[in-house]
Ligand binder design. Structure first.
Ligand code: HEM
Length: 157
């Protein structure tokens, strides 16, 4: 069950990134006449829900289980995996929570008639994709740091 919790958070994280890509693509040619506006709004809500699920599940893992891995990382040759990447990840992620929560708020506005609102949707969706991908990258460096820490420990380090 422990490992399922660990892997569920990147699953929802990546689904949030895909939903933001969907919002971005729909926003490029959105019109009220077709169903693109309603698709965009559905994708924006999906994005927000997936980011919040990532936050709750990732946060639960961090509080409940990460302490052991943190000690292994800090005692190993890739201590930067925690000291830099995890520290940056847990702080920068908060901007993702704010941006993804804001996305449906602006998406349910007059995005077809208001060019400025459409630009905000494009920028917010784009930022969610960029920050989400950096979370993914940081996550894989952190878990690699755990593996390297375990190998180092196994070699009597
Ligand atoms: C878009 C959001 C996020 C994505 C895409 C993401 C992705 C990942 C990935 C791919 C891993 C490596 C998993 C493995 O192979 O073992 C990981 C590890 C980790 N993530 Fe995230 N993550 C996200 C958000 C968060 C949040 C919000 C937290 C909690 C504050 C968090 C805490 C962690 C921790 C503690 C690890 C290390 C797990 C360990 O080995 O102990 N992540 N993340």
């Amino acid at each position: 069950m422990k490992e399922v919790i660990l892997l569920l958070h990147p699953v929802f994280g990546v689904l949030a990134i895909l939903a933001a890509v969907w919002v971005f693509v729909e926003a490029l040619n959105v019109s009220e006449s077709g169903s693109s506006a309603s698709r965009l709004r559905i994708a924006s809500v999906l994005c927000a829900v997936c980011v919040w699920l990532t936050y709750i599940i990732g946060g639960y893992w961090y509080v409940r289980y990460y302490g052991t891995d943190k000690a292994i990382i800090k005692a190993g040759p890739w201590a930067f995996g925690h000291n830099f990447f995890m520290e940056v990840k847990e702080h920068v992620f908060l901007t993702l929570v704010l941006l993804s929560t804001y996305l449906p708020i602006v998406a349910f506005g007059k995005i077809t008639s208001n060019k400025a609102a459409r630009k905000v949707v494009l920028w917010v969706a784009g930022l969610v994709v960029a920050i989400g991908l950096s979370m993914e990258g940081a996550g894989s460096i952190i878990s690699t740091s755990v593996r390297i820490g375990l190998l180092f420990k196994g070699q009597g380090g």
